[in-house]
Design a protein around this ligand. Structure first.
Ligand code: 16G
Ligand code: ZN
Length: 566
């Protein structure tokens, strides 16, 4: 009763926008910030219900990642720190779109009953709130707080301005019974990075001063700001952050960021021919680049790609994308596992074989898949979207997943972690310092460094850097692990993207009928040709991907497939 009254009263303060249909897509709700208050308010309610239901802390992140600055969005972090369970997405859609307040209340009442959520009982709810640097964040934060407090017993805790992966990390850690703060996040990352660097064989360190400096494109968003803080704790790396989002530096995600760099294959603003040969990085909500190596983060710092500018003559970049990050991680982890299973006289014997798996999507460059196969890895494909890859990767002892666009991370099973811990504890004093011992320590350090809640540009960056230091590799060396097949991506605007449905991890069109046959016959014309189409999960478009042995061929293939898709 009290609950009903509270909901009715608060709902009237946030009328939903008319004439728009919102859907909880792969990255939560996203739209122009001006129409989102009602949605955020309602997701606040959902978060509170989810918290009561799961008896855990839930996260609520206000961000629109690589979208333009006037957009915003909201997504939920489940108790494990992963994405909201897919079972609740229809409920999210329903309440976000309920215009009539009566319908809205009824939807909630029915859902609470169906899910058997004990509102007003002993179970309280705790929701961690985070937001990126968008100006609309503050107003939306207030809407979220009001949504949360309209559920009896629910408490909102404002964690401030954070990257998306930071918030996911905090939720995961809190639910594991640990203390949570931003400084513990920075400490865990920098300590485990140091651990990996300390474990680099000494004779190799001389050669490892390859790229002097790492230059990071912060996408004028939260990632740049956080990297500035993190870098103070990281020894052994010279990091310069550009596009930090400070006054006068430029606009969030405007010609900057991992999404821009990966899709356009050009250097972000703030990088010039003076950066030739540097390692550059870009992240979604943050980018990165290293002197003669660049990298890019994205707007909320959950994506990471590297690039470098090979020649002074033009600003064309050589992209080191998610697939190559995946390949670097896989290679290094395999090497450690191999070292672990070697029987030295130490008596340390691998008594169980670690199931290592790699997860990719159809966007993975064919050359990367070929490379990983040759390493002898088990590769599986899922549809696009972090939730699918993450779920699959969790089936392995060590599951590594990446989308080509730079979303990805590494998951370690509990069993694997405790096995590694026992490997490092049990060894007799004589085998301390043995190759096996060090390999186990490295894998443990990786499990601490990498954000196991969700892909994280900051932790991903430090892991890539640690491996490059270990191997003494420059970004150029890394880029030559394999050569990407030329590819082309196109999109076609359509009235109804749901008219296209796919199967087999989006590699085959099911509907409309006949379309797949047309794609097959186009593809067959090109050596090493591969092509697929899929409805976007974030825009009203159909996306086309094509790769082939030459750029011209990939372009032609993409265009002819696009014709069929129109
Ligand atoms: C979202 C997804 C990303 C995916 C992209 C595809 C998350 C956190 N993000 O950004 O994984 O690559 O959508 O967009 O899941 P599209 O469906 O428009 O091609
Ligand atoms: Zn993002």
């Amino acid at each position: 009763e009290k609950q009903q009254a509270l909901l009715i009263e608060s709902a009237s303060r946030f009328p939903p926008p008319q004439g728009v249909k919102l859907s909880y897509g792969t990255s939560g709700f996203r739209a122009d910030a001006s129409i989102l208050s009602s949605t955020v308010f309602r997701v606040g309610i959902l978060a509170a219900l989810r918290s009561i239901k799961t008896k855990s802390v839930i996260g609520l992140m206000i961000t629109a990642s690589h979208n333009q600055v006037s957009d915003n969005g909201i997504k939920i972090a489940d108790p494990t720190g992963g994405m909201l369970t897919q079972d609740w997405e229809p409920f999210a859609d329903a309440i976000a779109n309920a215009i009539d307040p009566k319908d809205f209340i009824q939807l909630i009442t029915e859902f609470v009953k169906k899910e058997d959520i004990p509102i007003g009982g002993v179970q309280s709810a705790e929701i961690y709130l985070g937001r990126d640097t968008r100006p609309s964040g503050e107003v939306l934060l207030e809407a979220a707080k009001q949504g949360i407090s309209s559920v009896v017993g629910a408490v909102a805790i404002d964690m401030g301005i954070l990257t998306t992966p930071q918030l996911h990390w905090m939720v995961r850690r809190k639910n594991m019974g640990m203390k949570v703060s931003e400084s513990s996040y920075f400490e865990q990352l920098s300590n485990s990075f140091r651990c990996l660097v300390d474990l680099i064989p000494k004779e190799d360190t001389v050669t490892s001063k390859v790229d002097e400096k790492l230059i990071v494109d912060g996408s004028n968003g939260v990632g740049g700001e956080k990297l500035e803080e993190l870098k103070k704790l990281v020894d052994g790396l010279i990091i310069e952050v550009r596009n930090t989002g400070k006054e006068g530096e430029g606009i969030l995600n405007e010609r900057v960021g991992a999404d821009f760099v990966q899709k356009e294959k050009v250097a972000p603003l703030g990088f010039s021919s003076n950066d030739v040969g540097i390692r550059l990085v870009s992240y979604l909500h943050v980018h990165t680049h290293r002197q003669c190596v660049l990298r890019s983060l994205d707007g909320d710092a959950d994506r990471l790609v590297y690039f470098h500018i090979p020649s002074i003559c033009n600003m064309k970049i050589d992209l080191v994308d998610g697939d190559k990050i995946l390949s670097l991680y896989s290679l290094f982890i395999m090497e450690q596992l191999r070292a672990l299973s070697k029987k030295e006289n130490s008596g340390m014997i691998a008594d169980y074989s670690v199931k290592l798996g790699v997860v990719q999507t159809a966007y993975a460059n064919g050359a990367s898949t070929e490379y990983l196969k040759q390493l002898g890895l088990d590769i599986v494909f899922t549809p696009t979207g972090v939730k699918y890859l993450h779920e699959k990767a969790a089936e392995y002892d060590i599951g590594i997943y990446f989308e080509a666009n730079g979303h990805g991370t590494i998951l370690f099973s509990e069993h694997c972690i405790s096995w590694l811990e026992s490997r490092t504890n049990e060894v007799s004093s004589t085998s301390k310092g043995s190759e096996q011992h060090k390999a186990a320590l490295r894998l443990l350090a990786i499990s601490n460094l990498i954000n196991q809640a969700v892909g994280d540009a900051l932790s991903g960056l430090l892991l890539a850097e640690a491996i490059l230091l270990h191997k003494g590799w420059s970004i150029k060396r890394w880029a030559t692990l394999y050569q990407d097949l030329p590819s082309r991506q196109l999109k076609v605007k359509v009235a109804d993207r749901t008219a296209v449905t796919t199967a087999n991890a989006e590699t085959v069109v099911v509907k409309p009928s006949g379309l797949q046959e047309a794609i097959n016959s186009e593809t067959a014309k090109f050596p090493l040709g591969r092509s697929f189409i899929r409805p976007s999960g974030t825009e009203d478009v159909i996306r086309i991907y094509a790769e082939a042995s030459t750029q011209e061929a990939a372009d032609t293939l993409a265009e002819s497939v696009a014709e069929h898709a129109k």
